[in-house]
Design a protein around this ligand. Structure first.
Ligand SMILES: Nc1ncnc2c1ncn2[C@@H]1O[C@H](COP(=O)(O)OP(=O)(O)O)[C@@H](O)[C@H]1O
Ligand SMILES: [Mg+2]
Length: 284
């Protein structure tokens, strides 16, 4: 009896820790609004919190997430290799450069979105959920099969919207397609507080007067993001920067912490204002 107990204890202690298994699709309808950038930065910030995270690039044919994470030279197998059983999941998962708990499953570059079998994709996300706390799925633009495949295995959605009328309309359409099951939450990306103050850009309130979604956070239009993307080092690695900190606040909110939604601050004096003052207050 005593011996049986010991063996059982051993089996229990060697069993993998249960995972949260949350599958979240990051989507927008419109292309170029920051889905891939947000996936990389949110994933980096969640992994920094100690969560086990896998980022799935579902943008088959136009893969990007590997570059944003600086992992392009390490990708040997991709999503379709796994779905079509040419590679195991372990062979295809690429460990992150900056965190032991972040992994990438890259998209195929030379295949079509229509090549993905929806049922197999759903099964794959389901097995990833058993192994990871967060499965973040980077969705392609559009609302066709690529979108439906990316959404298939998810049970939550984060919608990314820029403060532009076309982006808001596309998000509205996507949210309608998703329905309530995904409890979509909103990230507003590329906000320029100075332009909002001048009445030249939609504000957070303007965007959400139409979408009426729980706001996860707001990310500024940040030139440094382009630099960090080219370097393959997501800005969330630099928590000391305002935008890096904003991604960490979004990650905390995703994890259920009651921290305020990050809001980019209006710069006190812009360079343009400073130059304008030199010319007697005239501004372009
Ligand atoms: N907050 C931001 N500030 C400045 N540039 C950004 C920001 N978010 C994304 N970008 C840039 O916008 C472009 C499109 O972003 P990406 O994440 O690839 O969009 P999507 O995946 O929705 O097509 C990229 O060049 C990226 O570096
Ligand atoms: Mg993308």
């Amino acid at each position: 009896m005593q011996q049986t107990q010991t063996v059982q204890d051993e089996v229990q202690s060697s069993a993998p820790a249960p995972r949260l298994g949350r599958a979240i699709v990051l989507t927008s309808g419109k292309g170029g609004v920051g889905k891939t950038t947000t996936t990389a930065n949110l994933g980096t910030a969640l992994a920094h919190r100690g969560a086990r995270v896998v980022l799935v690039d579902a943008d088959v044919g136009l893969r990007n997430l590997d570059i944003v994470l600086g992992l392009e030279s390490r990708v040997k197998h991709h999503l379709l290799d796994v779905l079509e059983e040419r590679a195991s999941l372990d062979e295809a998962l690429v460990p992150g450069k900056h965190s032991e708990s972040l992994f990438l499953l890259a998209a195929a570059q030379s295949r079509e979105k229509d090549d993905v079998d929806t049922a197999k994709m759903k099964a794959l996300i389901s097995s990833l959920r058993e192994r990871f706390d967060y499965v973040l799925i980077d969705c392609p633009a559009g609302i066709e099969l690529g979108f439906r495949n990316a959404v298939a295995g998810a049970d939550e959605a984060i919608v990314i919207c820029t403060p532009e009328v076309a982006a808001v309309r596309d998000v509205d359409r996507v949210v309608g397609l998703l329905g309530n099951r995904f409890r979509p939450q909103l990230v507003i990306n590329r906000l320029r507080p100075y332009l909002v103050k001048k009445g030249k850009m939609l504000s957070v309130e303007d965007v959400n007067a139409i979408l009426r979604l729980p706001l996860l956070g707001v990310i500024a239009d940040e030139p440094e993001i382009i630099v960090t993307t080219n370097r393959g080092e997501p800005l969330a690695l630099r928590k000391d920067t305002p935008t890096g900190a904003a991604y960490h606040a979004i990650a905390a909110r995703v994890a259920g912490e009651d921290v305020p939604a990050p809001m980019p601050a209006v710069p006190k004096v812009t360079i343009l204002e400073r130059v304008g003052a030199l010319f007697g207050g005239r501004r372009a």
